[in-house]
Design a binder for this molecule. Structure first.
Ligand code: 5GP
Ligand code: ZN
Length: 116
């Protein structure tokens, strides 16, 4: 847990969010500024800043999040599929430094990288 981390506060219920799912290891909530009709994020309850800091000891919770993602995506209406995004570190465009998996779908999902 990190005292001043916004996603730790959301996981603790100290900052309100639109919760999708919660268990002892994982918290899932809708993005406040969605980029598609469905846009939610899975976070581990432990404060792991990004995938850059991931180690062997995080394998179980990261695996759990990946297996949970399609189940929750289908429950949110994304039976046809979804985009999974993990921005890691400043070099990856990460803005909130508590690891999160974006699940994005519904509507028109453009190619991920615009080729010029
Ligand atoms: P990043 O760019 O770090 O991968 O994504 C951070 C995401 O967190 C952004 O999509 C942003 O809209 C979302 N976000 C930032 N602050 C809050 C908040 O207080 N509540 C919720 N639900 N989402 C947030
Ligand atoms: Zn945190």
């Amino acid at each position: 847990m990190s005292e001043d981390c916004i996603f730790c506060k959301i996981a603790r219920g100290e900052i309100p969010s639109k919760k999708v799912y919660e268990d002892e290891d994982v918290f899932v909530f809708h993005d406040i500024n969605p980029v598609a009709p469905v846009h939610f994020m899975l976070i581990p309850k432990i404060h792991l800043p990004s995938l850059l800091e991931a180690e062997e000891c995080h394998a179980a919770v990261l695996g759990k999040m990946l297996v949970l993602a399609p189940k929750l995506a289908k429950e949110q209406g994304l039976e046809k599929g979804f985009r999974t995004v993990i921005n890691s570190g400043k070099g990856g465009g990460q803005e909130v430094f508590h690891l999160h998996i974006h699940i994005i779908g519904g509507g028109n999902i453009p190619p991920m990288v615009k080729r010029t």
